[in-house]
Design a protein around this ligand. Structure first.
Ligand SMILES: Nc1nc2c(ncn2[C@@H]2O[C@H](COP(=O)(O)OP(=O)(O)OP(=O)(O)O)[C@@H](O)[C@H]2O)c(=O)[nH]1
Ligand SMILES: [Mg+2]
Length: 305
């Protein structure tokens, strides 16, 4: 897979900030596209494609008006088509509840699908106390979920709580998003012991039902700990037991053995439906010393589980 085939896209303020961070971790392996009405999101954007959803006079954003953002995103369809033309996988990062992300993310996803890409979206949901935002976010979420192949629902509430526990500002939740994106990108660049490719990804994302992603890290001799770290994800409620499909990538340092890969993979697939389709990939990375990182995409999860 070539770098231009994976696009990391940020839509709205939070989405752009996460996308820039995630892209720094996989430069050379993915392109970056930033979509916002607020010019502040375009600082330090390097060679990113920029889609500016505003005019000079209202550079402050779409002021909590999702329909306006959606309409402007539609107006960009021919430009977006050029950006999306070579792209096979879009990793779309956004925060719902404001104007731009809520209005433009699903429209961006629609354009990406129309051009043939797989769309994996990570959508942050507002804090519980922000009632109006939460309502707006739900609407945006429903529309996004209908279009994206996979929509990972991230709870800002949980992200903030976990960050606090570690004594960090809530924005540090970006780390989790970055791990996830980097893990997925590395999974798909053909460099593994057992290679996963786009066909594998398609097979899993096209299953009926809900889907989500998990990422865990830990010591090679502690598969249980790796699973626990994955289950600590700041996701909105979702029970992954009974999933029908699972793509799992195990990445470790030079000393990683097939036995360790097996052990970790078993730990992650135990809770799945006994007939689930499991696709396993593994790779050795020199920069992972005494650490294993697991990226799992689970699909075919029944929403009433
Ligand atoms: N508490 C808090 N929440 C934030 C902050 N930034 C973003 N969020 C949350 O993330 C969601 C999306 O925010 P943004 O990405 O800034 O919104 P946007 O898509 O740029 O939308 P507009 O600026 O309204 O056009 C909001 O609903 C908030 O819940 C922040 O600094 N503090
Ligand atoms: Mg904004």
């Amino acid at each position: 897979m070539e770098a231009s085939h994976i696009l990391i896209a940020g839509v709205g303020g939070l989405g752009c900030s996460w996308a820039k961070g995630a892209h720094l971790r996989c430069e050379g392996n993915a392109d970056l596209c930033l979509v916002d009405a607020d010019d502040a999101s375009f600082t330090d954007s390097g060679s990113a494609h920029l889609l500016r959803l505003g005019h000079a006079l209202d550079s402050v954003g779409c002021a909590a008006l999702p329909p306006l953002a959606e309409q402007r995103m539609r107006g960009y369809s021919s430009l977006a088509r050029t950006v999306l033309e070579p792209v096979e996988l879009v990793l779309l990062l956004t925060g719902l509840g404001g104007g731009t992300g809520t209005g433009a993310a699903h429209e961006f996803a629609r354009q990406a699908r129309q051009s043939g890409a797989i769309v994996v979206a990570v959508a942050a949901l507002p804090f519980d106390v922000q009632e109006t935002r939460a309502e707006i976010a739900q609407e945006g979420l429903q529309r996004l979920e209908k279009i994206a192949h996979v929509t990972v629902r991230l709870s800002l509430e949980r992200l903030a709580r976990q960050a606090r526990e570690r004594g960090k500002a809530w924005q540090m939740g970006a780390e989790w998003v970055e791990d996830l994106v980097e893990g997925l990108v590395r999974t798909l660049m053909r460099m593994g012991l057992i290679n996963l490719d786009l066909m594998d990804l398609r097979a899993i994302v096209e299953k009926e039902g809900e889907a989500t992603l998990l990422v865990g890290t830990g010591r090679p001799d502690d598969p249980e700990g790796i699973l626990q770290s994955a289950l600590m994800a700041p996701l909105a409620e979702l029970d992954v037991g009974g999933a029908q499909g699972c793509l799992i990538q195990v990445e470790g340092g030079i000393g990683m053995t097939i036995g360790q890969v097996d052990e970790v993979a078993n730990m992650f697939t135990e809770a799945l439906d006994p007939n689930a389709q499991v696709i396993l990939g593994a790779r050795v990375s020199e920069d992972l010393e005494d650490t294993i990182r697991v990226v799992t995409l689970l699909s075919g999860i029944s929403s009433d589980a």
